[in-house]
Ligand binder design. Structure first.
Ligand code: ADP
Ligand code: MG
Length: 698
C-alpha cells in the first residue's frame, strides 16, 4: 500500500524526531545545543551520532555517505565514500566514525577560489553543519557541510550565511533585551523562496546546442503567440505537467522539503513552486535540493527543466522571490505588525532596521543578485528594475508618515470585504495591495526580495540582508542602551523619526517599471547599477568592506576572492554563449539557410527557363534571404574578432565590461538577421526546434 503523506514526509531525513529516538538522551541534548546555539561538539558525541546515523542510513538502504557542500559555482558538490571497512578475514563491516562525520577533505583545487588558494595548497576541508539535517538520496547519506580552504577561508556559500545569521542573532537579541523581552535567547532568520522554472520537451531540448550548453536560447524567431493573452498564469495545469508536479512534490516531501504551492506562471511553459518557510540555512539547502529535484524529476517525465533566468527572448524570465523575516525562540515574528502597528514598538524597530539596512546597502543587495543570466531580467519590465527600493503599502505608509510628523495615530480598523453576492463569505481585507514592480516589498508579515534570479543560490542575498540588518540593529542598540526605562518609549519614536528622515528616499510605493521612477531615483541618489560589471566595483567600497569585516562575514581576502569569482564567472558565461552562438549559426543555421536558398534559386531558374523572366514572391524571398545572409556574414566576422579581443584582455573587470559592452551587443546584432531569416524558412528546413515548438508543445 502507498504511504500516506505524513508517513512519507521526511522519511529519508535524519531529522529531530529520528535523532530523539535513536540517540541517548544526553547525546541528543548536546547535539541540539550545538545545532541551535552553535556550542562546539566533542568527539564522543560525534562518534555516537555517526554510529546512529550510519545504522539508520543502512536500514534505509544507503551504502555510501557524502559531505555535501556549496562551492562558489552556485551549485552543490559531493564525493561519495562507501561505509565498507574490510576486515583481515576478508569480510567487510559497515563503519562510519565521528571524525568522518565531522570533517572531510575534498581536493579543493578544482573549485573556484578567486585566488585564495594556490594549486600547491589543494587541500580543502568540509565541516559538518549539524543545523541542517542529513538525508538519503539515491542510496547515499548526504551530510550538509561547510567548505573552507586549508588556511580556513570560506570557499562556499554556507559559511558566510551561517556567519551572517549569527551576527543578526547577536544584535537582535541585544535589542530585544533592551525592549524587555528577557525570555528571548535566540532569533532565527526565516526564508521561503518561491522558485520559477520552465518545462520543455526533452527531445526538443536536446536538439538545441544553445539550451544544452548555455541554458538559454541564443537565436530563435518569436512564436506567433507569446504571453499576451494572459491565459497561462494560474491556468489549469495540463495533466502531464500536473503529474510531474505531483511526483516532484513527493520526492521533495520525502527529503523533508516542505513544498507547498504550485501553479502556472506568466510565460507559456513557465511554472512556480513555493515551499513553506524555514530557518535560513535549512531553506537554502532545501532550495538547492528543490532545483536539483526539478531537473531530475523532469528527466523522468521526458521533460527538460530550465532554471536559467532568461531562456527565451520576448517572454518573461524566471526569478526566485526571497521571502524573509525574523522569528524569536518564543515564536514571535518580529515583522508582524499586529493589529496596531503604530503602537507596536518592536515591529517598528525591526521595520526601520530593515529599511535603513536596505538603503545603506542597496549596492550590495544588487550585487548579490548580479549574474550574466539575471542581468537580462532586471529592468526589462518583467522583473524589478536594477534600482533597489522598498514598497511598504498604504497602511504602513500612513504609520510611517505619522512617525515622521510626530503625530499620534489611532488604531486602524480592519475593513470587511463584501463582494456583494450573498452566497459568498465576507472576509477581512489585506492591509495593503500588492505591488509586483517593487524589488523589495513588505507583504504582510515579511519582506519579499524579488530581484534574485531563478538559478541563484538564495544564500547570496540573505548573507547581505542579515548582515546589513545586524548592523542597523547595533546602531539602534547603541542609540538606546543608556536611555532610562521611563524615557524609552519617547526615545524610540525619536530614533525612528531620525532613521526615517535618513532613509525615506528608499521608500517608493509607485510603479517601478516607469522611466519617471528611474529619473526620480536618480534625484534621490539611489544606485542604478545596470549590469554585473557596473555593480561589482561597489563590492569593495570602503563602507562595504567595513561591514563585512566588522561582522566577520568575509575577511578582506575572502572579499577579493568573491569579487574575482563573480567577474570570472560572468565573463566565462558570456564567452561560452558567444562561442555557442557562432557554432550554431555557422554549422547549423547557415547550412540550412543556404540549402533553402539553393532550392528557391533552382526553382527560379526553372521558372526563368520556362517563362523567360522571373519576378514576384519567390524572387523577393531569395533577395531577402540573401540580404540576411550578408548581414549574418558581417555579424559573425565582428563577433569572432571581438571574442578574440575579449580573450586577450587580462584585467578581470575590464574583461567583464568588454563582454557586457561589446560581446553582448554583437550577439544581439547577429541575432537580428538570423531570426529574420529563420522566420522565412519552412519549419522542416530548420536544424533545430523553433520557439513555438519549444513553448507550446507540452
Ligand atoms: P505571496 O505573498 O507571495 O502570495 P505567501 O504568503 O504564500 O505568498 O508566501 C510566499 C512565500 O513566503 C512562501 O514560501 C511562504 O512560506 C513564505 N513566508 C510566509 N511567511 C514567512 C515568514 N514569516 N518568513 C519567511 N517567509 C515566509
Ligand atoms: Mg510572492
Amino acid at each position: 500500500m502507498e504511504k500516506s503523506i505524513p508517513e512519507m514526509y521526511g522519511s529519508l531525513v535524519f531529522n529531530d524526531s529520528v535523532m530523539k529516538e535513536k540517540l541517548p538522551k544526553d547525546v541528543y541534548r548536546k547535539l541540539h545545543k550545538t545545532s541551535k546555539y552553535g556550542a562546539s561538539l566533542d568527539l564522543d558525541v560525534a562518534n555516537t551520532v555517526a554510529a546512529a546515523m550510519k545504522n539508520w542510513a543502512v536500514e534505509h538502504g544507503a551504502t555510501h555517505f557524502t559531505h555535501w557542500f556549496q562551492p562558489m559555482t552556485g551549485v552543490t558538490a559531493e564525493k561519495h565514500d562507501s561505509f565498507i571497512s574490510p576486515r583481515s578475514n576478508g569480510e567487510v563491516i559497515m563503519e562510519f566514525s565521528g571524525k568522518e562525520l565531522v570533517k572531510g577533505e575534498p581536493d579543493a583545487s578544482s573549485f573556484p577560489s578567486g585566488g585564495l588558494r594556490a594549486t600547491f595548497e589543494a587541500r580543502g576541508y568540509t565541516a559538518w553543519d549539524p543545523s541542517s539535517p542529513a538525508f538519503i538520496k539515491d542510496g547515499t547519506l548526504y551530510i550538509p557541510t561547510a567548505f573552507c580552504s586549508y588556511s580556513g577561508e570560506a570557499l562556499d556559500k554556507k559559511t558566510p550565511l551561517l556567519r551572517s545569521m549569527e551576527a543578526l542573532n547577536e544584535q537582535a537579541v541585544k535589542v530585544l533585551h533592551l525592549l524587555g523581552y528577557d525570555d528571548v535567547t535566540h532569533i532565527d532568520t526565516t526564508i521561503g523562496s518561491e522558485q520559477e522554472y520552465f518545462l520543455i520537451d526533452k527531445d526538443l531540448y536536446k536538439k538545441r546546442k544553445d539550451l544544452l550548453l548555455t541554458g538559454r536560447t541564443l537565436i530563435g524567431a518569436p512564436a506567433p503567440k507569446g504571453q499576451e493573452m494572459e491565459d497561462h498564469y494560474f491556468g489549469v495545469l495540463k495533466p502531464k505537467v500536473s503529474e510531474y508536479m505531483h511526483d516532484l512534490d513527493e520526492e521533495l516531501w520525502k527529503l523533508g522539503v516542505p513544498a507547498k504551492t504550485k501553479h502556472n506562471e506568466v510565460a507559456p511553459a513557465q511554472h512556480e513552486l513555493a515551499p513553506v518557510f524555514e530557518t535560513a540555512n535549512v531553506a537554502v539547502d532545501h532550495n538547492q535540493l528543490t532545483m536539483e529535484m526539478m531537473k531530475k524529476v523532469a528527466d523522468k517525465h521526458h521533460y527538460a527543466c530550465l532554471l536559467h533566468e532568461k531562456p527565451f527572448a520576448g517572454v518573461n524570465g524566471s526569478g526566485k522571490h526571497d521571502n524573509w523575516s525574523i522569528v524569536t525562540n518564543t515564536k514571535m515574528n518580529l515583522l508582524d505588525p499586529g493589529s496596531d502597528p503604530y503602537h507596536n514598538k518592536t515591529f517598528l524597530i525591526f521595520l526601520l532596521a530593515t529599511i535603513s539596512a536596505v538603503d545603506n546597502y542597496q549596492d550590495l543587495l544588487r550585487i548579490s543578485v548580479a549574474s550574466a543570466g539575471n542581468d537580462h531580467r532586471l529592468g526589462a519590465n518583467e522583473a524589478p528594475p536594477a534600482v533597489v527600493s522598498i514598497f511598504v503599502g498604504d497602511e504602513l505608509a500612513k504609520v510611517l508618515d505619522a512617525i515622521d510628523h510626530e503625530a499620534s495615530m489611532e488604531k486602524t480598523e480592519k475593513t470587511e470585504m463584501s463582494i456583494g453576492a450573498a452566497v459568498l463569505p465576507n472576509f477581512v481585507k489585506d492591509p495593503t495591495d500588492r505591488n509586483r514592480t517593487s524589488p523589495f516589498a513588505f507583504t504582510g508579515n515579511k519582506f519579499e526580495f524579488r530581484m534574485p534570479g531563478s538559478s541563484l543560490s538564495v544564500a547570496d542575498p540573505n548573507i547581505i540582508l542579515n548582515t546589513a540588518v545586524a548592523s542597523s540593529l547595533e546602531d539602534i542598540y547603541d542609540a538606546l542602551k543608556d536611555v532610562p526605562a521611563e524615557e524609552l518609549d519617547q526615545e524610540v519614536y525619536k530614533l525612528l523619526k531620525k532613521m526615517l528622515d535618513d532613509h525615506k528616499r528608499i521608500l517608493f510605493n509607485g510603479n517601478g517599471y516607469t522611466d519617471a521612477w528611474l529619473e526620480e531615483a536618480k534625484k534621490r541618489g539611489l544606485f542604478n547599477l545596470k549590469s554585473l560589471p557596473d555593480a561589482l566595483p561597489q563590492f569593495k567600497a570602503e563602507k562595504n568592506v567595513d561591514l563585512f569585516t566588522k561582522y566577520h562575514i568575509f575577511t578582506e581576502s575572502e572579499i577579493d576572492s568573491r569579487y574575482e569569482i563573480k567577474l570570472e564567472n560572468y565573463s566565462k558565461t558570456i564567452h561560452i554563449e558567444a562561442l555557442t552562438m557562432i557554432d550554431m549559426v555557422k554549422r547549423d543555421f547557415t547550412p540550412a539557410l543556404f540549402k533553402y536558398m539553393k532550392a528557391v534559386e533552382s526553382e527560379l531558374l526553372d521558372k526563368k527557363a520556362l517563362l523567360g523572366s522571373v519576378s514576384g514572391y519567390d524572387l523577393r524571398v531569395l533577395k531577402e534571404l540573401d540580404a540576411c545572409s550578408n548581414a549574418i556574414d558581417e555579424g559573425l566576422a565582428k563577433l569572432e574578432a571581438d571574442v578574440k579581443k575579449a580573450e586577450g584582455e587580462t584585467d578581470s573587470l575590464a574583461q567583464a565590461e568588454f563582454y557586457h559592452d561589446v560581446i553582448l551587443k554583437d550577439m544581439d546584432e547577429l541575432r537580428v538577421p538570423v531570426d529574420t531569416a529563420e522566420a522565412k524558412l519552412p519549419s522542416e528546413a530548420l536544424p533545430y526546434p523553433t520557439y513555438d515548438q519549444l513553448l507550446f508543445s507540452l
